[in-house]
Design a protein around this ligand. Structure first.
Ligand SMILES: O=C(O)CCC(=O)C(=O)O
Ligand SMILES: [Fe+2]
Length: 318
């Protein structure tokens, strides 16, 4: 047993519910605040990731130590290890999630553990576990500001990790993950640049979206309308309606606290009704024996989210 290992009862609770927490990271609040500030900056300024050579909210822990320090905390590592039966683990992905003021949050979803980009119509597995019979990915979601009921809290459907709910592909603008990209764009130049550089929709290549469109003679609003129509050709997943019964849990959390969940557990975030951002970062962990990006050794360097993962690395934790 490590210092922060879950007790046997807690491991049983996790297996029953599919999530457990929140727990305190035990870090100084100024470190959490600087991660919060930096995350807002990365999202709002659409900063280019040196790892992926385009704007991305993924894997900043491989670039900036402040993020890596969060995920290396024993409070996280010991607990995750105890769910994986004490096996050594590796951190293979992280992702920043900012719900802006008036943002609607992310719709109900599950990820069965392949991380293959199924939600945007791809099928490029990111993980190949040694044993497909048990779940092989855990997500750790860290609140970087205080999460109240109005500030886009996470919700989990307790026990839902045992059942795979049906999804259907719909035009991306109607999908669970869609964030309206147009609200903050104030000029045609900005819109054209974001489309050409594929920074307008996370994970989607839009470089040819404007091909054949006469941009000069139309207004900003008309151009937004044309782009919206063209974006209908991209499809993405929504979960079909299901019965939540009594299993829906809402997690109000203090900044610097975290929750561990199986990505198979149905989860979503509620809208942000406050005047500020809701800021969080998650990391994804798998047993050390899992092969990450199995296609890479055959030269397949584009992942299910259309990122070039040539420079991607895992971080071994024990
Ligand atoms: O932070 C959110 O709004 C959603 C997070 C999520 O879906 C995840 O961590 O897997
Ligand atoms: Fe998720």
């Amino acid at each position: 047993m490590d210092k922060y290992s879950l007790s046997t009862d807690e491991v049983v609770t996790f297996s029953k519910n599919g999530w457990i927490g929140p727990f305190d990271l035990g870090m100084e609040s100024n470190i959490i605040d600087s991660c919060c500030f930096r995350s807002e900056e990365i999202v709002e300024k659409k900063l280019v990731s040196p790892l992926y050579s385009k704007h991305s909210v993924r894997d900043w822990h491989l670039i900036e130590n402040n993020y890596l320090d969060l995920f290396k905390q024993e409070q996280i590592v010991h607990r995750v290890k105890s769910i994986f039966n004490g096996e050594n683990i590796k951190l293979w992905r992280s992702k920043i999630f900012v719900t802006p003021k008036n943002g609607r949050g992310i719709g109900w979803h599950q990820e069965w553990g392949h991380f293959n980009g199924e939600e945007i119509g791809n099928n490029i597995p990111a993980l190949k576990p040694l044993n497909f019979d048990v779940s092989w990915n855990l997500s750790v979601w860290v609140a970087l500001n205080d999460i109240t009921i109005e500030r886009s809290p996470m919700q989990f459907l307790t026990g839902s990790h045992k059942h795979r709910y049906e999804i259907k592909m719909v035009p991306m603008c109607d999908s669970a993950f869609f964030v309206n990209p147009f609200d903050k764009i104030e000029s045609k130049d900005e819109l054209v640049q974001q489309i050409k550089e594929s920074t307008i929709l996370l994970d989607i290549n839009t470089t040819t979206l404007l091909d054949g469109i006469e941009q000069k003679s139309i207004s900003l609003d008309e151009l937004k309308k044309v782009c919206w129509e063209k974006m209908q050709k991209f499809s993405a997943a929504v979960t079909l309606p299901f019965d939540t019964e009594d299993g829906e849990e809402t997690l109000l959390m203090k900044k610097g606290h975290f929750v561990i969940f199986s990505e198979r557990t149905m989860h979503r975030s509620l809208p942000n009704l406050t005047d500020g951002n809701r800021v969080a970062i998650n990391c994804r962990m798998t047993p050390a024996s899992t092969e990450v990006y199995p296609g890479k050794k055959e030269g397949k360097v584009i992942d299910g989210s259309n990122l070039d993962i040539t420079k991607h690395e895992c971080v071994e934790l024990s």
